[in-house]
Each structure stands twice: as structure tokens, then as C-alpha cells.
Design a protein around this ligand. Sequence first.
Ligand code: ATP
Ligand code: MG
Length: 353
Amino acid sequence: MSKIILTGDRPTGRLHVGHYVGSLKERVKLQNSGKFDEIYIMIADAQALTDNAEHPEKVRQNIMNVALDYLACGIDPEKANIFIQSMVPELTEFTFYYMNLVTVSRVQRNPTVKAEIQQRNFEASIPVGFFCYPISQAADITAFRATAVPVGEDQLPMLEQCKEIVHKFNSVYGETLTEPEIILPSNKACLRLPGIDGKAKMSKSLGNCIYLSDEPEDIKKKVMSMFTDPNHLRVEDPGQVEGNPVFIYLDAFCKDEYFAEFLPDYANLDELKAHYQRGGLGDVKVKKFLNNVMQAELEPIRARRKDWESRKTDVYDILKAGTEVARAKAAQTLHDVKDAMHINYFDDADLLK
Ligand code: ATP
Ligand code: MG
């Protein structure tokens, strides 16, 4: 069986460091492993419109931002097809048929949908399209026969729901669809990076992000304003590292060599944590170190992004070429799906019998 990756992001803003550690970094690693036969990376504009129907311009403009962020992080158009969801209209057809295989109460139980409805204050007026987005996500994954989906932890319930749709489809219409496997980051801190405000998830919609394209001054301002342990008032107080965003970011980004370079009093993160826990280490010192780490991690990404920004026509061509390949693949799978459902009327001479 071919090994195929499908993953993507909503063009609701520039990409942030949560996307980087939660999914992008893993994608680049998988892409460069040479172990995959096909890689599809989707800019999910149709999904973004499910909760941005009144802001199509925002979605449109962020397509280029997301593409630039991909290329800046090392997604290689020679190895991966970057495509725009709405330009593959076959995906909506899959969604339409899959809707019949899922109950309303099942979608209502999806914990990510629940959390996002609350976050967007949709309780009394959920757009139907938004409610159905886990089903359209199953369409995206299965249309490419994806075997691997590298995403952040918030996507686990989506993958579960997708697998249920695959089972249901195959049991009703015969073995047709491929079951995907979720690939989560192995570093726990990267599963769901918190926002700089300490909220559980850094998210474009919450405005608590450090963006991959932020300038050095913005990064510094954001890091220095980050939430830490609220009970760590004086330098001499013992501090808590668990659940402390500054230490979670260090867990996600810090390498031992950064200590030699920026904070040689400590050999590694364990030593720094131990000092913070026993007291005597101030937040400002830790934040200054985190700022150096973030600057070192983001500098090369920002530089590559600027380079691609000056070649937007090339980026446009990459999107166009990737979308053509994606469309051909989705059309082939849709053909198989319709065959299985016996709704391929004009390919089926038996219809006249
Ligand atoms: P929105 O607020 O518009 O939903 P978002 O910031 O949640 O935006 P998405 O485009 O929904 O971003 O998510 C893209 C990918 O990044 C998904 O795989 C998701 O799991 C991952 N991701 C998003 N936020 C984080 C985070 N804070 N930590 C780890 N992974 C994340
Ligand atoms: Mg999201």
C-alpha cells in the first residue's frame, strides 16, 4: 500500500509557533525521510469560510500567508503538493455523501467541535457548515487515500470521526476507503502549545500567538509579557514549572547548545528548572533566555519567508501545480467511491437492465 500524507491549515491568519511545533516541523521531517510516496498539504480555505462566511477577503488574503509560511519552514514543492481546498471541488461531493453516514448527536459529542463552538460563542447560532466540518475533514483525508495525518492534538477527535466514517462506508458499500493514522509530535510540550496569555491553546482566532513571521522586536515584546507562575512573586520564591507557559515553550524549543550560547551558568533545561523550583531564579532571566532561543529558532524561517515573499509569482505557480495534482487524485478516488455506491450511472450499462 502506498504511504500518503494529507494535512493542512486554515488560512485564517499567518502561521504561529504552535503550528510549527505541533505539525509543520513533523511534516518537514516526514517529507525529508523519503518514506512517503505522495504528500498533500492543503490550505483549507473552504473550512475557514465555515466560521468566516462574512470575511471572505480575510481568508483569501491568508492563502498567500500560509503558503509563504510553509515554504519558509521547509515544505519542498518538489516533494509535496501544496493545494487550495476550494479549487478541488470533488471534496464537497465526498462530504455530501459522508453526511449520510454520521448522526447529528455524534458530531455534537466531538470534543473539539464542542470547544470551538464555545470559543466562538456559536451556542445559539451554529452555522451548519461549521457543524459539519469534521465530515468535510474526513472527505479531505480519504480523498487522497491518506495513511498518515501529522497534526496537533486538537485534531485527535477529527481523526477518530474520520475512521468511523471509513468503517461505515466500507461496511455499507464494500472495501473502498483507506483508514488514516494520526501522527502526533513525540515531544509532549508540542501537542498543544499554550498561548502567550497562558490559555490552553495558541490559536489564530484567540490572538495569543507568536507568529513565524514576527519581527525580532515583536517576539521579544511577546516573550517578555508572557504569563508565568502567578505565585512566583519574588525572585527568592520557589516557582512552578508544570503548566508554566515559559517552561512549556522551553520544553518545546530549547536545545542544550542554547545554554552554552546564551546561559552558560546552566548545562541544560533540567538544571534551570531545578533552580526555578527551589527559588532564587527570577522570571525576567528565564524570559530573556527564552527570547534568545525563540530568536535563534525563528531567524532562519523569517529570512526564508522574506526570500519567497519577493517571488510571489513562483508561489502562485507552486499552488497552481500542486492543486492540479491534488484534483486528479481526488477525482480518481471519487470515481472509486461512486462506483462502490453504484451511483456511476453513465459508466454502468447494467442501469438499463
Ligand atoms: P483557528 O483558530 O483558525 O482554528 P488554529 O491556530 O487552530 O486556527 P488550524 O489551522 O486550525 O490553526 O490548525 C492547523 C494545524 O496546527 C492543526 O494540525 C492543529 O492541530 C495544529 N495546531 C494549531 N494550534 C496548535 C497549537 N497551539 N499547538 C500545537 N498544534 C497546533
Ligand atoms: Mg483550529
